[in-house]
Design a protein around this ligand. Structure first.
Ligand code: URP
Ligand code: ZN
Ligand code: ZN
Length: 461
């Protein structure tokens, strides 16, 4: 099957060029000057549109157990919603429960995902139980294509790891070539502030933000960086939200340390003011680290331009407002932490292009090419080039749309961006050459997505 995407502006991380793209079965067969190829089974006129490598969302949580409930998207619904928004690969987090092994966790996540995804997918591994067996099993995970391990400096008794445990895991990462991903918040100090707020009768959602001040994200980020320095391990800070943390990352990078960071659209567009919305409305915006005061946003955009922030992922972790977020109606600390977003990352970042915050090429770089390199998928993913998987998005930069829970495809009863006007819209999406989205309809299939066994991070020597 040969599909010719004709006359579009092909945008890679290297920049835009008007070209034709030939899809041959599952891969890109050719990228040529316009008009050179004349024979194909199907043609798509992309004149005036962008032709992008499919988005790679390197941070999602489908069906994630949290706070006595599960995030509301399954691998089927979440990957379908991702495809609607031009994302053709997700990397989700397998979650080790205390007392279980990493390998059993991996099997359990395969059980959840395999045969259900509409787009390709990989896994990171959350280590909640650092012990000799877990540390040993890191190598087996790597052998199975899961070579990035998330640890938490918060959530005592659930995911929390002590500095000593983090140190041990980092030493193992140094030995094996793995990447340590860090949830950097000082959970011990936060738990104290939370207890004090509750004792004072402060139970509203905004307390989630007030008890997790940005300084405590900054402190934990600095500490993680020092532990990484001592052990020689590469470090990737997930969901960075605060200027304080960004400063620590920038300083480490300036010394040449292998420290990388991602931020998320919610930190670029939403703020503590959303958490402070009247009544229980703020619960829709409860995620950790919390939304910061608005004046952090320009710093994050700057970090994206300077590459101190290398990736934008969603941290998609949806909980319905009704019944799930409501678990914390009388106690903000019981609101499940997480926000939906997997469907709108490409669109929201395109607003950054429209507003002049980032270039077209940088949009593609932070949303597709760098995640591919960071997590060992390049050049199979993250680029429009001969031989790459035909994960291709035709994007109309002039179309407009309004984000709403009424029209989104995520399995969650609210949108964090309700009513936001967006310039640009996904037109057509291919996943390994199969049409998934076209003409305003889903043409994909649950189970089309295959598991991606990933190579080690391509940013490390
Ligand atoms: O609040 C969040 N971010 N929930 C998802 C789990 C995590 O820490 O990434
Ligand atoms: Zn986290
Ligand atoms: Zn997360």
């Amino acid at each position: 099957m040969r599909t010719l995407i004709r006359g579009g502006t092909v945008v890679n991380a290297t920049g835009p060029v008007v070209a034709d793209v030939l899809i041959t079965d599952e891969t890109i067969g050719a990228v040529t000057a316009p008009g050179l190829i004349t024979v194909a089974d199907e043609e798509i006129d992309a004149t005036g549109k962008y032709v992008l490598p499919g988005g790679i969302d390197a941070h999602t949580h489908m069906e994630m157990p949290f706070g006595g409930t599960f995030s509301s998207d399954t691998f089927a619904t979440g990957t379908t919603a991702a495809a609607w928004g031009g994302t053709t690969t997700i990397i989700d987090f397998a979650v080790q429960k205390k007392g279980t092994s990493l390998l059993a966790t991996m099997d359990a996540w395969h059980e959840k995902a395999d045969g259900h995804c509409a787009i390709d997918y990989g896994f990171h591994m959350i280590i909640s139980d650092v012990n000799d067996q877990s540390l040993k099993e890191m190598q087996s995970c790597i052998d199975q294509g899961v070579n990035s391990f998330k640890m938490f400096m918060a959530y005592l008794g659930v995911f929390y790891a002590t500095d000593g445990e983090i140190l041990r895991a980092m030493q193992r990462a140094t030995e094996t070539g793995a990447l340590i991903m860090m949830h950097a918040e000082n959970g011990i100090a936060i738990d104290e502030l939370v207890a004090q707020a509750l004792a004072a009768g402060h139970t509203d959602p905004v307390q989630h933000g007030l008890t997790r001040p940005p300084e405590l994200e900054g402190e934990a980020t600095s500490r993680a960086i020092q532990l990484a320095r001592v052990t020689g391990a590469p470090l990737y800070i997930v969901h960075l939200s605060a200027r304080h943390a960004l400063e620590a990352v920038a300083e480490a990078r300036d010394t040449g340390q292998n420290v990388f960071a991602e931020t998320c659209p919610q930190y670029l567009y939403l703020s503590l003011e959303d958490l402070a919305k009247p009544g229980f409305e703020g619960a829709k915006y409860v995620a950790s680290p919390p939304l910061c005061p608005q004046d952090h946003q320009p710093d994050l955009w700057r970090g994206l331009r300077t590459n101190d922030l290398s990736v934008v992922s969603t941290d998609h972790c949806p909980f319905c407002f009704k019944d799930q977020k409501e678990l914390g109606k009388s106690d903000f600390s019981k609101i499940p932490n997480g926000m939906p977003g997997v469907e709108h990352r490409m669109d929201l970042l395109h607003q950054g292009v429209v507003a002049g915050e980032i270039s077209l090429a940088r949009w593609v770089e932070i949303a597709s090419t760098t995640p591919a390199r960071m997590f060992g998928l390049y050049p199979r993913k993250g680029v429009i080039a001969p031989g790459a998987d035909a994960d291709v998005v035709v994007y109309d930069p002039n179309a407009t749309q309004t984000i709403s829970a009424e029209t989104h495809h995520m399995n969650v009863d609210y949108s964090a961006y309700e009513g936001m006007r967006i310039t640009g819209k996904v037109d057509t999406v291919f996943s390994r050459g199969s049409k998934v989205i076209a003409d305003g309809a889903f043409h994909g299939r649950e189970g089309h997505g295959t598991f991606l066994s990933r190579e080690l991070s391509q940013y490390l020597l």
